[in-house]
Design a protein around this ligand. Structure first.
Ligand code: 13P
Ligand code: SF4
Length: 320
């Protein structure tokens, strides 16, 4: 899927106590482990920092570690590498991609941009380095509204690649955004009908949702926000039961922070586990250990793309 082809790590000589072995390697390498909330619970438990896309890029921008082990998906680790060209950035499974990033191929996006001259390009961080390099400002789900609100009213804007987040931001800001029609397979899988049925079963529950969900699902949400915002809301709210319309990996931190509250994952349309991100879940504790032991797979990218992609990320960090 990605340009760099590296031989996979072989699963041999995995120690019994992986947690201890990873801690040891962390010291030897002067490494930091950054994990997204959608990772398996054991990866979250060994991480030095767990966060949403904005928090993770801020942490990647400020770390003094020599090695960044990124327990997340490719675009996140790539962002860390863009910010830290001299550090070794490891991704436990190089195939951990993103359907949303894949929904915006660079050549088609270039033509889309050319068809809308004079537009400022704001791209959601869930995109490849090539798309970032074609963008003016990057945003995440936690700062998209804030960033669009800082753009002069008469400046037309392209928002890419997520149409659901784009629609939500347009609603919140009252701006007429030109949307690239990309989406996330995980957040589009939630069934409005099943969520409404769950709400009838648990009338006291609050539905909270990520803005990557479709408008029909968002219309039932008491609160909409990034993964970090959802976690904070679930702690602060007086409610004791929540229906969670985002990837259920976040529930691990919700339960840790509020053990007496009940968190119900929003169901998918089919009777499948498709509300779990198949890319995020490619990373395992074993692969994380092997990546640190063998110092691969590492993220690499062409310097011209890196430099072009850095500018809009830095603008985001300044405007957040
Ligand atoms: P946030 O981390 O910004 O909440 O986004 C969720 C997501 O889909 C990451 O891929
Ligand atoms: Fe991409 Fe969706 Fe997975 Fe996030 S949850 S990494 S947007 S596929």
């Amino acid at each position: 899927m990605f340009a760099t082809v590296q031989p996979p790590n072989t699963i041999n000589s995995i120690p019994n106590d992986l947690f201890a072995a990873i801690r040891e390697l962390k010291k030897d390498l002067n490494a930091i482990i950054l994990a997204h909330y959608y990772q398996d619970s054991d990866i979250q438990d060994i991480a030095d920092y767990i966060g949403d896309s904005l928090g993770l890029s801020q942490k990647a921008a400020s770390t003094n570690a020599d090695v960044i082990v990124f327990a997340g998906v490719h675009f996140m680790a790539e962002t860390a590498k863009i910010l830290n060209p001299d550090k070794l950035v490891l991704l436990p499974d190089l195939e951990a991609g993103c359907s949303l990033a894949d929904s915006c191929p660079p050549q088609e996006f270039k033509a889309f941009k050319e068809a809308h001259p004079g537009h400022l390009v704001i791209s959601y961080i869930n995109c490849t380095a090539e798309i970032k390099a074609m963008s003016d400002i990057i945003c995440t789900s936690s700062n998209a509204v804030k960033i669009v609100n800082q753009i002069p009213q008469d400046q037309p804007i392209i928002f890419a690649p997520d149409r659901n987040l784009g629609r939500y931001v347009a609603e919140q800001t009252g701006r007429d955004l030109v949307l690239w029609q990309g989406s996330c397979i995980v957040h589009e899988t939630f069934s409005e009908k099943k969520i409404v049925q769950l709400q009838m079963q648990y009338p006291e529950a609050e539905i909270i949702a990520h803005p990557e969900c479709e408008p029909a699902v968002l219309s039932h949400a008491k609160y909409i926000g990034s993964t970090t915002a959802l976690l904070k809301y679930s702690q602060q709210s007086q409610s004791s039961t929540f229906i969670i319309a985002t990837e259920p990996g976040i529930i691990h931190q919700m339960e840790k922070a509020a053990p007496d509250k009940k968190f119900i994952p929003a169901p998918a349309m089919n009777n499948c586990a498709c509300n779990e991100c198949p890319y995020m879940r490619l990373n395992t504790l074993e692969k994380l250990y092997l990546a640190m032991k063998n110092k691969k797979p590492e993220i690499t990218l062409a310097e011209d793309i890196r430099i072009a992609a850095l500018k809009p990320i830095q603008r985001m960090l300044e405007m957040s």
